[in-house]
Design a protein around this ligand. Sequence first.
Ligand SMILES: [Zn+2]
Length: 325
Amino acid sequence: MADVTSLLLGLEGLEVRAVSRQVDRVRVVHVVTGDPEAARCPDCRVVSTSVKDHAVTRPRDIRYEDDPILLRWNKTRYRCGNPDCERATFTESIPQVPPRRRTTTRLRTQVGRAVGDAARSVVEVAAGVGVSWPTAHAAFVEHADRVLGTPQPVRVLGIDETRRGKPRWVRDADGRRWVRIGPWDTGFIDLGGDQGLLGQVEGRTSTAVTDWLTAQSEEFRDQISHVVIDPSAAYAAAVTDALLPNAQLVVDHFHLVKLANDMVTAVRRRVTFDAHGRRGRTQDPQWANRRRPLSARERLSDRSFAKMWNALIDHDPGHRLSISP
Ligand SMILES: [Zn+2]
């Protein structure tokens, strides 16, 4: 029988047995499982009747008026009776409190909305509901994943790295282990369309890229005709025929031009040193004109270009300059 207090609690699958109030105004709600589905093995889906023991969990819940609610849930641990099942034991879980969670689903939804929709800071929301920063942040990520949905297919996919902050240590998804998070993210951008940033993942490894691409639909992957990257071996390795059968790898010309310009500068410095035994000075023509060979052709007038070209030929002692303009 679903009693009136269970209805007031509003957590489907839990029955209230008692409510007590601690000195710090926290309301402790003693609950037991009221959902026969909770005795279903998560692997083989067979309902078990073989009780192994009991365990108490204390998931955080939303506030009752100003007072925090702490559930005190006496859970049953079952043995799986199915001889074909690998799992020996399992503990009850209900949709409102999934396995290994220490917060109710509705509390995480509330936290996720407060951060994502009301644009409140994670620190403030976490303090307000009495959960840790990682828990509140994970709730926000869950909420964002639901809202953002999946990107529409694109023809030209841009992959680029973004640095944000310093390396950090955070709890993993289960909240059990500490994991090092590097300061680099990889962003995926719709370069041919108007969807902008399609996704952003931690790390700048091949795995970071392949994991994200694998998570997209086959249709999404098949539609990609070009992938634009900076000259990164890790990104290039991720763009394989198996994963993106129709994609041509393109290196962003900005990065190529930068590499070429860096080489021109390196050669100018080396040659100056070889010729004069010192660094370039203002009176050296190659130093005075050092920016001109780095300018894009379309940014030089015909006159400037001719001037630069002729100066190069005039100052080439061995007449080795034979590249056509
Ligand atoms: Zn089982």
